[in-house]
Structure formats: C-alpha cells, structure tokens
Ligand binder design. Structure first.
Ligand SMILES: Cc1cc2nc3c(=O)[nH]c(=O)nc-3n(C[C@H](O)[C@H](O)[C@H](O)COP(=O)(O)O)c2cc1C
Length: 206
C-alpha cells in the first residue's frame, strides 16, 4: 500500500471492529513501526519513551480482562450485551471491550517519570514526549495495512498492568495501550467527519 502523507494523516482511524483477531502480525512489522515512532519529537531531546510489545497470549488476555472490567465500570453494561439504537461509535467501543485481549499484539506506550504532583508544564512535557511517538506508530501501522486504536481505559488499573509486564511503576508512566492487527476487509478507511475547522480555529485572538 502506498499512501501519501496527506492520505495517511486523513485516514488513520480508530480501528476496532475491523481488527483481524485471527491473523498474526509479524514482529518485524511492529518493529518497523516503532523504528519510525522513535523519530518523533521529545521534550528537550530526552528520549524517555519505552514501548512494551505484548505478544504473549495469556498476558494479552489478562490485559483484555482488565480493560473490559474498567469499560464496564464506566458504562454500567456488560460489553457483550447488545444495545438496540446504539450509536456506531459506542457499538465499536463496546465491541473492542469484548475482544481487545484477542488482538494479536498490544503495545504499551510508556514514558519515564510520573504525573502525580507535576506542574502543567512538566505534565505537558511528560505526555508530549510519548504521545507524538504513539501517533507516528499508528500512522506507520496504517501504511502497512495494520489497524490500531489508542486506548486509555486500562490506566485506571495502571499498576496492575505494570506488574503484569514488569514495568517499574514508581518511575515509568503508561500513557496508552494500542492493540495492533491487520485490517479486515478491503473497504478503504476514509477521512472522519469532524467539526468544521472554523469552529475551532482562532486567528490572532481567541
Ligand atoms: C487520549 C485518547 C484516549 C482514547 N481512549 C480510548 C479508549 O480507551 N478506548 C477506545 O476504544 N478508544 C479510545 N480512543 C480513541 C478515540 O475514541 C477515537 O480517536 C475516536 O473514536 C475517533 O476515532 P476516529 O479518529 O476514527 O474518528 C482514545 C483516543 C485518545 C486520543
């Protein structure tokens, strides 16, 4: 697949229902995406990022269980329960909660440091030093026919997931969990409907 930079930026969607749960993802593909991800900017050039690639099925299942439980605690419904009249995005989010543990690969995006007690500038630097790499990773994955979605629900039980995969929680923060899979079907991914730029653009003055 050859995508222009504009196409990749416009069509890197949150992929949930089209994650191919049965097709393995080659380790080399994920590593290639991570090699591009570490070209992203970081605060003051400090490379404080870490990436935990979870291939082990039992670990993914356990992470999936934690994600599902937290999703359920927010929504108050079991993700397996059909909900008539549900908006497509809600359905897609619910679907992911049931299957995330079966995505062939999970990538945990982490950064050295902790947010607790940090000031606004330090927080922006902390999160900004990993999130841009995360988005690069998602775009690189998209260019390789892989689907991803940035997720954060599991962070309510961040320490449990840290213990599961050996992340030193006291000095390293998890910022996102990205399931990775090949995209099911041939239907092209399209640009999303967003608020008109005029509603969010401010020139010179807010
Ligand atoms: C900070 C952040 C946290 C997110 N957390 C979750 C999450 O926990 N679960 C999930 O299914 N999607 C999560 N998403 C994905 C958004 O829901 C997704 O970007 C949104 O549905 C728009 O999708 P689209 O770009 O395909 O239009 C998150 C996105 C961001 C940027």
């Amino acid at each position: 697949m050859t995508l222009s930079a504009d196409e990749a930026l416009a069509t890197t969607r949150a992929v949930r229902r089209r994650l191919d749960l049965d097709r393995p993802v080659a380790r080399g593909l994920v590593d290639d995406c991570l090699r591009l991800a570490v070209q992203a900017p970081t605060s003051e050039g400090n490379e404080t990022w870490h990436f935990v690639v979870v291939e082990d099925a039992a670990t993914r299942t356990e992470i999936g269980r934690i994600y599902r439980d937290i999703w359920m605690s927010y929504t108050g419904v079991a993700p397996e329960d059909d909900r008539p009249g549900e908006a497509p995005r809600e359905r897609s989010s619910r679907y992911l909660a049931t299957v995330i543990g079966r995505a062939p690969v999970h990538v945990l995006f982490c950064v050295e440091g902790r947010p607790e007690g940090a000031g606004v500038g330090d927080l922006a630097a902390l999160y900004g030093s990993i999130i841009q790499a995360g988005w690069s990773f998602q775009i690189a994955a998209r260019a390789r026919g892989l689907g991803t979605v940035w997720t954060t629900y599991h962070l309510d039980r961040e320490r449990e997931v840290a213990d599961l995969v050996g992340i030193p929680y006291e000095r390293v923060t998890q910022v996102g969990l990205v399931p990775v899979a090949h995209v099911l079907g041939d239907r092209p991914l399209r640009p999303a409907r967003r608020r008109p730029l005029d509603e969010v653009l401010h020139r010179d003055q807010w």
